[in-house]
Design a protein around this ligand. Sequence first.
Ligand SMILES: Cc1cc2nc3c(=O)[nH]c(=O)nc-3n(C[C@H](O)[C@H](O)[C@H](O)COP(=O)(O)O)c2cc1C
Ligand code: SF4
Ligand code: SF4
Length: 257
Amino acid sequence: MIGIYFSGTGNTKYCIDTFLKEYDGSSSSVSIEEPAAIEAMKENDFVVFAYPIYYSNLPKIIRDFIEEHKECFLGKKIFIMATMGLFSGDGTGCSARLLRKYGAEIIGGLHIKMPDCIGDVKTLKKSLEQNQQIVKEAKRKIKDAVGKLKKGKPTREGLGIIYHIAGLFGQRLWFYNKTKVYSDKLNIDKSKCIGCGLCGKICPMENLKVTNGKAESKGKCTMCYRCISNCPKQAITLLGKEVYEQCRLENYIDKSH
Ligand SMILES: Cc1cc2nc3c(=O)[nH]c(=O)nc-3n(C[C@H](O)[C@H](O)[C@H](O)COP(=O)(O)O)c2cc1C
Ligand code: SF4
Ligand code: SF4
């Protein structure tokens, strides 16, 4: 088994690694950002495929990865995991439909609620205790799902027509175009930016570069919130106008369990 994932701010990586550790303790995960992901896909027949949900849909970077490497999915058995802040009708179904088209067999699906990574919208902010509780519950749910998978009765969250309707009418129809193209809406407050270059190093899209001492966006953003969560000057925003909290998963993980 291999884990293939995309994670903007760490939630999905945490979930897939927890899943793999619980499953057999030896399987590893590879980000789609690493060239090794393709080789790993080719060498493994059983894949856990994980990603965050954006607007009840696939992040553009995930959709492109599937389309660009469609031949890798032929004949694979895939268990899909989608992480989210609150709700996704068919988070796993969004990729399942595409992956089936390219010859994969979808053996199960799991939706995991995690802390919301959108740190520049105040209404989405939760307390430290709430986020710690969310992560604890996520861990419990993952363990439960692994148990079911091992017994040959995998969870099928997000798969099937009822979930499809919930995803479509619950949110996707109203936000349909949001993940269709890469975003050019990233804001960089040049008065705050110190030109450290960190955002450019960590961006999965190579969308940011420092010119004349200030970061600039090239308009090809997959909206992952990684730069926003890591800029030392909180100079970057996307959906909001001010950073209220930088997503720091390490603060929410209870290491005693
Ligand atoms: C642009 C954007 C849109 C999002 N849309 C949704 C959504 O429709 N439903 C939801 O429950 N969570 C939504 N989220 C929250 C993320 O899915 C959630 O925080 C996820 O666990 C982040 O995973 P990561 O840390 O691996 O990137 C959205 C996040 C972003 C950045
Ligand atoms: S991480 Fe922040 S301060 Fe550093 S270059 Fe990027 S925007 Fe500027
Ligand atoms: S610019 Fe920031 S939010 Fe956009 S893809 Fe790059 S790291 Fe993610």
